[in-house]
Design a protein around this ligand. Sequence first.
Ligand code: ZN
Ligand code: ZN
Length: 346
Amino acid sequence: METRAYAVMAEKAELQPWSFDLRSVGSHDVQIAIEFSGVCHSDIHTGRSEWGDVHFPCVPGHEIVGRVSEVGAGVTTFTVGQRVGVGVYVDSCRTCANCLSGMSNYCLEGMTGTYNTPERDGKGVTQGGYATSIVVNQGYVVSIPDGLDPAGTAPLLCAGITLYSPLKEWGAGPGVKVGIIGLGGLGHMGVKFAKALGAHVTVLSHSASKKDDALAMGADEFLLTSDESVFVDHAKKFDLLINTVSAPLDLNLYLELLGLDGTLVMVGLSPEPYPIKAFSMLAQRRRIAGSMIGPVSQLQEMLNFAGEHNILSDVEVIDASYVNTSWDRVVASDVRYRFVIDASTF
Ligand SMILES: [Zn+2]
Ligand SMILES: [Zn+2]
């Protein structure tokens, strides 16, 4: 089936309209008529060849919400017309220890990204959500709870799970003091999920203009990190810090905020390595950890939780023709808080 899309056709090229043939629907596949597709910073890093080789043409997009338009004969869990989502990966080896334990996002052979990744059968390269349709194996599709706004839900498929997974892993809940470093596409999801989980939530940002939004989203406190006294006044007060900032930070300063056995989780992707002083970690037996999205089962758990608490991303819905401008604005941090493309405009 032919699908309309926006693709990067060559190195340094802008996104442009492109049509291509989707793979036919296999017995365990779900074909999805895409409604909304979120714009993630990873799309830009990939499309602009900042993360290495790109398989051109490349259709980005891994925050996908739509309705099932066709199912294979072996599909048992989805029906035509149902609203579903697809996140950052669409396949994995399914046989390694991590896949077998339900942690396929950490597949030892590497997960198959939703775009710009060779298919495991060797037939072509995955193409993502900046398109009118996509075909995905049912094991990598999640259902979207009724009542959740589909545009505001799309960013949950990457930004949402990126924050939900470490919040759950490190026990965010009542009595736990959580700090979200940076209030952007990732950080604003962290505030909403941490608050709904019952934690005490503080936003740490260098931008005073984010204070009102942070509090409106449910943060209990806002700390302006350009004021260095913050790091003294709040030393050893946090249990969990999640760093969503993609620019270099002095992590030693932030580690001082953690109390005994506190953990600093890295989810933002700084291009530079971080210098860490050993004593920043020895004191209070602190830990630095990383986290990368979450498995499909947790994606579904997060969406169900979002449905119960009506958690959505704050989005600016755009037409496809605006997508190159939206990329420039994401790079300039000029979005509150996520662009979502109306797929009917591809
Ligand atoms: Zn993403
Ligand atoms: Zn695997």
